[in-house]
Design a protein around this ligand. Structure first.
Ligand code: G16
Length: 537
């Protein structure tokens, strides 16, 4: 069948391309103020329909701007494997999003169709959305884009981002993949992994960012029953102005303070915080005046210890175990992981797509960004080995092998998932007999500081070496090196954000004062050399 150009163009005129808007595929898809997005989302519908036809499998779209403000929205694109859109298609996504509304759009589609020998025919794109008010219009735009090239949009409704990724992955593996199956699978795997361990006395307090994760956690709680008790805060889903407002994983991690709506007493329990689309997770507990933050780095360290304990018990220490981080990983966490036996530590650029690809190369790959985005990947060859172990050997060995299998089911194999992560952390704490204090004491974070700098055009800042070095503008890296060398244990880098129109600065040092000073100096330098806007930093 050929592409129906008339139908495509008739669809596209409903979502006109605004000349002043130049969308760019960033760290995790397209993101902007919601009112500017309908055209981009319509075209993402077209793209993911063609990707589904090309692969002969379902693809996915999630309408979400994650931790960003409520008035923003965005689109995350999901491969048939459940991973993020293949980077080899990103450039095309950009071209499609920026094409004018005329024959050029059809020509571009024809180029993609012929380049990949796509045969136009039936295909499915699964579409979900978070709780933003702009979701309805954008879901309709995606649906129109999907149907105008002849594919079917399967409306999955209000879901967490990782839930949709999981459903696409399971659907294409011809496994049960309903919303209900997701909760059932997680709860059952958690029960298997923790069988024999004492159920925690403590209630886990979860800050839900007033987002879709609140609904999802309620459903998960129903499945978990008394195995794990959750008390949910910030559950005003769909209430105007509440989403991510002074709460959620990004707020807690960046501001180093508990959510504004929670009392000090509530914040001093065993607390977790997720973000607006429930793909990030951090733990915290208020201790006197300070907030003990257990971020993605600490989660990776805890899960690495759990995996090592299970591998040892199963007699499988010869497998390759890797932990993948980004430049944002606290230097103390990297040092901690590097001294673990049989554990390789790797650094990639920011973005789950990079970490996931690197983690997949290990038998067991743990990846976490410091912001709490991550999961544990357990590869098929390893699982086959495990199944043999489960059938042979002594009782203890078999038990550990079964636990590793349960961990492989509990951890979302498609993408980082706050719900799955929460259960993995709780299971690890029980099996390693740790509480938040002893977990936090695994290593002591170096003091750090993050800042944002607005510049005229953030693309002038270019980086190399997994974003640890700035290669442009000229003189920036030399200035950063000099500043870092002037303080004890100083480390600093800058990188353009792929989700916000800012350049980010990260600095760490032996003291908080030095980390703050280093971040400020780097921000000033950046403002000066990269065309800073607004007041001098
Ligand atoms: C997204 C990505 C993350 C990334 C974050 C910030 O998270 O999925 O991998 O760390 O953006 O990226 P940047 O620093 O480029 O703005 P989320 O939770 O917003 O979808």
């Amino acid at each position: 069948m050929a592409l129906d150009v008339g139908k495509l163009l008739a669809g596209s005129v409903q979502y006109p391309k605004l000349p002043e808007v130049s969308p760019s595929y960033g760290t995790a898809g397209f993101r902007s103020t919601a009112v500017l997005l309908p055209c981009t989302v319509f075209r993402c519908g077209v793209l993911m329909a063609l990707r589904a036809m090309h692969t002969g499998a379902a693809t996915g779209i999630v309408i979400t701007a994650s931790h960003n403000p409520e008035q923003d929205n965005g689109v995350k694109l999901v491969e048939p494997s459940g991973h993020m859109l293949s980077p080899s298609w990103e450039a095309f996504a950009d071209r499609l999003a920026n094409a004018p509304d005329d024959d050029a759009l059809a020509e571009l589609c024809h180029e993609l169709i012929s380049q990949h020998s796509i045969s136009i025919g039936n295909a499915t794109v699964m579409v979900a959305h978070d709780s933003r008010p702009s979701a309805v219009a954008l879901v309709a735009a995606a649906g129109d884009g999907i149907s105008c090239v002849g594919a079917t949009a399967y409306a999955c409704g209000l879901l967490t981002t990782p839930q949709l990724h999981w459903m696409v992955m399971k659907c294409n593996r011809k496994l049960p993949h309903s919303k209900e199956d997701y909760f059932h699978t997680l709860a059952e795997a958690y029960e298997q992994l923790t069988a024999g361990a004492a159920t925690p006395d403590e209630v886990i307090i979860v800050d839900c960012a007033n987002g879709v994760g609140a609904n999802a956690l309620q459903q998960l709680q129903e499945k978990l029953g008394a195995k794990l008790r959750l008390k949910l805060f910030n559950t005003e889903v769909g209430v105007a102005g509440k989403l991510n407002a002074d709460c959620g994983a990004d707020f807690v991690q960046k501001e180093r303070t508990g959510p504004a709506s929670m009392t000090l007493a509530e914040c001093s329990g065993r607390c977790a915080s997720i973000d607006g689309d429930a793909d990030r997770l951090v733990f915290f507990s208020q201790e006197g005046d300070t907030l003990a933050l257990l971020d993605g780095d600490k989660i990776a360290a805890l899960l690495a210890l759990l995996v090592q304990q299970l591998l040892k018990a199963a007699g499988l220490e010869d497998v390759s175990l890797g932990v993948v981080q980004t430049a944002y990983a606290n230097g103390a966490s990297t040092q901690f992981l590097q001294q673990l036996p049989h554990c390789t530590v790797q650094c990639t650029p920011t973005g789950v797509k990079h970490l996931h690809a690197a983690a997949e190369k290990f038998d067991i790959g743990i990846y976490f960004e410091a912001n709490g985005h991550g999961t544990v990947l357990i590869g098929k060859p390893f699982l086959e080995k495990l199944q043999k172990t489960s059938q042979a050997g002594g009782e203890k060995l078999q038990e550990a092998a079964r636990q590793l299998e349960a961990l492989a089911t509990l951890s979302n194999q498609a993408v980082g998932d706050a719900l799955s992560g929460l259960l993995m952390v709780e299971a690890a704490l029980q099996l390693l007999q740790k509480d938040l204090q002893s977990w936090g004491a695994l290593y002591r974070d170096l003091p750090s500081r993050q800042r944002k700098v607005s510049v005229r055009d953030r693309s002038v800042v270019k980086t190399a070496d997994a974003e640890r070095k700035a290669v442009s503008p000229a003189g920036l890296q030399e200035g950063l090196d000099k500043a870092a060398a002037s303080v004890k244990s100083g480390r600093v880098f800058v990188r353009p954000s792929g989700t916000e129109d800012v350049v980010r600065v990260y600095a760490e040092a032996a003291t908080q004062e030095d980390a703050d000073g280093l971040a400020l100096e780097a921000a000033r330098l950046l403002h000066h050399l990269a065309g800073g806007t607004g007041a001098e930093v």
